[in-house]
Structure formats: C-alpha cells, structure tokens
Design a protein around this ligand. Structure first.
Ligand code: GDP
Ligand code: MG
Length: 369
C-alpha cells in the first residue's frame, strides 16, 4: 500500500476543519497521514486542528504560516514538507467538503498504475452539485479556455482534488511553478502532462461548500486567465532544441545591434574602432543576457529577476565563447589549407556558440530542481 500524505490548505476553515479531519481519518488506510497548511487564519483554524493532534498520534501534522500567501504557496510548502519525508503519494484537496473523502480509496487504487489521478467533474459520471448557473458557466468556461490555450487533453484542468505519486512531483520540478493563485492547479497538471506522466481521470461529484466562504474572487479568476498564457509560454519552450534556436536568434539580434552601433560610431561618427568595438560588445552582450533571460531560458529561470551577478557570468561565458571561436578558427587555419579564411571563422563561431549555449544552460540560467 502506498503511504499517502493528504495536504489540505486552509484559510478561515474553522467551521469545516474538525469534521473534515474526522471524516478523512474514518475512510483512509492507517498509514495515511494529513498535513494542514494554514496561513494563520484569523478564525483560529490552526488551533482547532492542533486540538485534534492527540486523537491521531503521528498522523496529523500542521504547518502554520505567518500570513495569507495564496493557494500555490500553501501547496508548494506542503509538498516540500512531504517530499523530505518517506511518503510515496500526495493528495490535494479543499477543506470545505467539496471534495468528498469517499473517493480517496479509489484514487489510491488508480495511483498504483498511474503517476497522477485527477478527480474530474468533466467526464462521464462526474459533475457539480449546488453551484449557481453563473459559477457553473465561469468554471466550465475557464476549463474550456485553458483547454484551448494549452491543447492539453485533461478534461478537468482547474480542479483541486488530485493525487500525485512522489515521482511525478519530482518530474514536474516544483521550483519551476510560476502560478501564485488558482492557476496552480492548471499548471501542475499541464506540467505533468508535458513531462510524460500517465494521468488518470476518475469521475467525482463536486459539492458546493456548505460552511465558510469561498476564497475565489474576480481578481483571482482574472489572474488565472492571464496565467494560462504565461504557463503555456513557460512550459512549451522546455526542450533543448527550442532553447538552442532561441539562443541562436538572440545571438543574431546581438550581432545586428553590435554592427549597427559600430557603423554609427566608427563609420559615421569617426570614433576609434577598438574602443567602439568594446562598447558594441558590452551592449550586445547585455541585450543577449536580457533576451535569453526573458525568452530563451524562460522555462529555466521562471520568475527570477535579472541580476548583476548573472550579467557578469554571462559576460564571462561570452568571452569564453569568443576564446573558443578564435582558438578553433586559428587551429583550422594552421592545420588545413582552406580556400577562404572565413570558413574557419564560421566553424569557430559555431563552436563558440555551442560552448556558450551549454554554459548558459548549465551555469548562468541553470534550472534548479
Ligand atoms: N493556506 C491557504 N489556503 C487557502 C488560500 N486560499 C484558499 N485556500 C484554501 O484552499 C481551498 C480552496 O479554496 P476555496 O475557497 O474552497 O475555493 P473554491 O473551492 O474555488 O471556492 C480551501 O481549503 C481554502 O481554505 C490561501 O491563501 N492560503
Ligand atoms: Mg472549495
């Protein structure tokens, strides 16, 4: 049997948390544990959960965070906590009884032959109870829209009742996640699909909450709509070939910038070539650093900002690339009789660029897992 950690983010769920925890411990296997991630709810959710710890020794854990930081941060903290402990599987669920604990045994069963199990409202047998027509339209519309933008076959992309094998979370690379709010659920599933995880949807009936209030708001919803595009841009460019093409285009743009400034200053302005050449190099390298950060290696750096240190590192690897370029060019000229010197220079540039790309990918824009 897989050892499961149920992770429950809570914000002002005082009316639900006690009955939910009891209901969960009633249906789950003995080796299942629960982690409640509370953002210091003003209604005292944490206190109530803490009061239950003695009833379930070693099985109920609480992560209390200092302030409300959004759904994604709560789940990421929960996974980080759980991944450093010997659990094989993780379940995400709301604290408000929208996700019925009765589905958990079936999800666990399916997880033995899949990497991810999605509790789905949008397949045969699934559905929603108690939602207003408006909320239904908003949810279905959001799902359909994400579906269109991402081209991902999962029927319930937005749902938050999902079970993950430890290995699937490791495959996704949680540090790459860019979502802060509800698009987190879309991003997780999209990344899992992209990473080649096997995903099983099982039908669930989602019940509207009876107690407490939803934390979903217009701004959270709008953020999710925009984020779908950011997720797409970020994840779709993960492959090395894509990155290399973008890196090469960026290098080409840098060369154009370099030549333009050189032409304006040296030819038209009559300024000294060597000094101008250094300036051209610095401007082009800076431009390359920014475009590579924002575009070519976007999927590696995620939300990290530009930094002086990385800029220096990028200059350093660019100089190294130049060194390789000159070395290869000179070596070719020395050992081969070529009809044109420019052939040696072209091979030199290609070699320098490959070294540059590898150094950029592994060093300057390294993806942290
Ligand atoms: N820790 C934490 N939990 C949150 C936050 N926002 C929402 N939640 C919890 O996430 C779950 C889903 O939120 P909910 O309000 O039910 O959203 P809805 O189901 O879309 O209406 C609930 O258990 C909330 O208490 C947050 O900022 N921090
Ligand atoms: Mg809910």
């Amino acid at each position: 049997m897989l050892s499961l950690l149920i992770t429950i983010p809570t914000y002002n769920e005082a009316e639900n948390i006690e009955s939910l925890l009891k209901a969960l411990f009633d249906v789950v296997p003995l080796e299942t544990e629960i982690l409640v991630v509370d953002d210091n709810s003003p209604d005292g959710t944490t206190k109530i959960a803490e009061g239950l710890i003695p009833s379930y020794p070693g099985r109920l854990h609480i992560l209390n965070r200092p302030k409300k930081q959004g759904l994604a941060a709560a789940y990421l903290a929960a996974f980080e906590w759980g991944l450093s402990r010997p659990y094989d599987a993780f379940l995400e669920m709301d604290a408000d009884f929208s996700h019925n604990p009765k589905y958990i045994p079936k999800m666990l069963f399916e997880l033995s032959s899949h990497d991810v199990v999605v509790g789905s409202r949008n397949i045969k047998g699934g559905g929603v109870e108690g939602w207003s027509m408006l909320r239904n339209i908003v949810s279905k519309g959001g799902s359909f829209y994400s579906h269109l933008v991402l081209g991902c076959p999962i029927k319930d992309l937005t749902g938050g009742f999902n079970m993950w094998k430890k290995t699937s979370l490791e495959k996704i690379g949680l540090r790459n996640i860019i979502s802060k709010g509800y698009s987190f659920q879309i991003e997780m599933k999209y990344r899992a699909w992209n990473a080649g995880c096997s995903i099983k949807e099982i039908p669930i009936i989602f019940a509207d909450r009876e107690k407490g209030t939803s934390k979903m708001s217009k701004s959270i919803f709008l953020e999710a709509l925009i984020n779908v595009w950011r997720i797409r841009n970020c994840v779709a460019s993960d492959s090395g070939i894509d990155q290399f093409i973008k890196f090469a285009i960026t290098g080409g743009l840098g060369t154009i910038t370099n030549l333009t400034i050189f032409f304006l200053c040296a030819d038209i302005g009559g300024l000294p070539e060597i000094q101008i050449s250094v300036v051209c190099f610095l401007v082009a390298v800076t431009q390359n650093y920014i475009i590579n950060h924002k575009w070519s290696f976007k999927s590696n750096v995620g939300e990290k900002t530009l930094s002086i240190r990385k800029w220096f590192e990028f200059i350093a690897i660019s100089l190294l690339g130049l060194g390789v370029n000159i070395f290869v060019m000179k070596t070719l000229l020395l050992y081969f009789s070529l009809p044109y010197k420019v052939i040696a220079q072209a091979v030199g540039i290609a070699a320098g660029m490959i070294v540059n790309f590898i150094m950029a990918k592994l060093f300057v824009f390294r993806r942290k897992i």
